[in-house]
Design a protein. Structure first.
Length: 375
């Protein structure tokens, strides 16, 4: 098949840089020229060489049929650059989000996350000398932790959990037989996508606070689609449940431990704490509503139990204003208010974002620190 000619970079002088050579190969190179170019890059082991190999692994080569045979060897060379090389695999998938780029990233990261060098490298790097160099320079045991974090970060970059499941399914087909130990890290990473909020959703929420601070309906719709913002243990959420036509909380949340939460949201634009370090009238009104919801459910516990599985008396959550806009004295007043009230929490919209962001980052890092201390 004739490869399409694509001019990536024009030159008026002989090409000397590795990036220039990579771009030239992408445009017009012959497959046999790949091995000396990769060897030159791996031997140089410079940042420029990393960029060149990353380009070779990312590009789709005009969509030619055998482009995977060009991309895969370059991708399997990237771990030579250790942490930066693994980051480059993730970056390739995010900047050029094709099934092949995701598949390569998932396969290589999962293999190294299992503590073993990717066995598939032997299939794709057909130059023996280059393969030996790459193998000796890739210390999978040292890169295992970084590979897990990169794998988790890639999974958490998806907006749609079903989409990431599809890509990982494709990756599994490529590694199930040749790298069975890599299957476990892939499934572990995939399972995280349902236990934490993805990075795109966090960015969308931040933008919503900035662009629609007065539109309560926009936030309600967002929380319907992303209920883990309301509570990281949410497993079942009822939006605007009708309490006998007399009142309507924004949400009732059932947690994984079968405890419940009733939620009243306002808007980021509303005042949380006054300049006199008192809870604002808007906040007080929202708290009163939550107390009324709790009282209603208490009086109709049997009816509530018939609708909400394993029902127990709910905690309350009021979401209003922005905590980042508060002075230290106002934050102290908010903390005292939360300490004073039992089973009702007052949070700013940005505090929800901070909590969600911290949980997602902890999921990506996938490490629990256990220390001993004596006071």
């Amino acid at each position: 098949m004739t490869r399409p000619v694509r001019l990536v970079v024009s030159h008026t002088s002989p090409m000397n840089s590795l990036v220039d050579k990579a771009n030239a190969f992408i445009s017009t190179g012959h497959p046999e020229e790949l091995w000396p170019l990769l060897t030159e890059c791996v031997t140089a082991h410079s940042m420029e060489a990393l960029v060149a190999v990353q380009l070779l692994a990312r590009d789709m080569y005009g969509g030619i049929t055998f482009n995977f045979e060009l991309k895969a060897p370059a991708a399997h060379c990237l771990p030579v650059w250790h942490d930066q090389g693994l980051d480059a695999l993730v970056e390739n998938a995010l900047k050029e989000p094709t099934s092949k780029n995701f598949s390569l990233a998932f396969q290589i990261l999962a293999a190294i996350a299992s503590g073993e060098p990717p066995a598939a490298a032997a299939l794709w790097i057909k130059d023996t000398s280059l393969f030996n160099t790459v193998s000796s320079a890739t210390n999978a045991s040292q890169l295992q932790g970084v590979a897990k974090q990169c794998l988790n970060r890639l999974v958490m970059s998806f907006t749609d959990p079903d989409e990431v499941a599809l890509y990982i399914g494709t990756a599994l087909q490529g590694i199930a037989l040749i790298e069975p130990n890599a299957v476990k890290p892939l499934f572990q990473a995939l399972s995280l996508r349902w236990t934490a909020v993805g990075l795109p959703q966090i960015a969308e929420y931040d933008a919503l606070i900035g662009n629609s601070p007065t539109v309560e309906a926009a936030f309600h719709t967002f929380f319907e689609r992303n209920p883990l913002f309301l509570d990281p243990l949410a497993i079942h959420v009822w939006s605007k449940p009708d309490f006998h036509g007399t009142m309507e909380p924004d949400f009732v949340v059932q947690r994984t431990d079968n405890t419940y939460l009733v939620v009243e949201i306002e808007t980021p634009a509303k005042m949380l704490v006054t300049g006199q370090e008192q809870i604002s009238a808007e906040t007080t009104h929202a708290i009163t509503q939550v107390l009324e919801y709790k009282s209603f459910l208490t009086q109709r516990f049997v009816d509530a139990s018939s609708i909400f599985p394993n029902f127990s008396m709910p905690d309350g959550l009021v979401v209003i204003g922005l905590e980042s806009s508060l002075a230290p004295e106002q934050l102290s007043a908010l903390r005292r208010e939360n300490e004073h009230r039992q089973h009702i929490r007052i949070m700013g919209f940005d505090a929800l974002a901070a909590r969600t962001r911290a949980i997602t980052q902890n999921v990506i890092d996938s490490a629990i620190v256990v220390d001993t201390v004596r006071l």
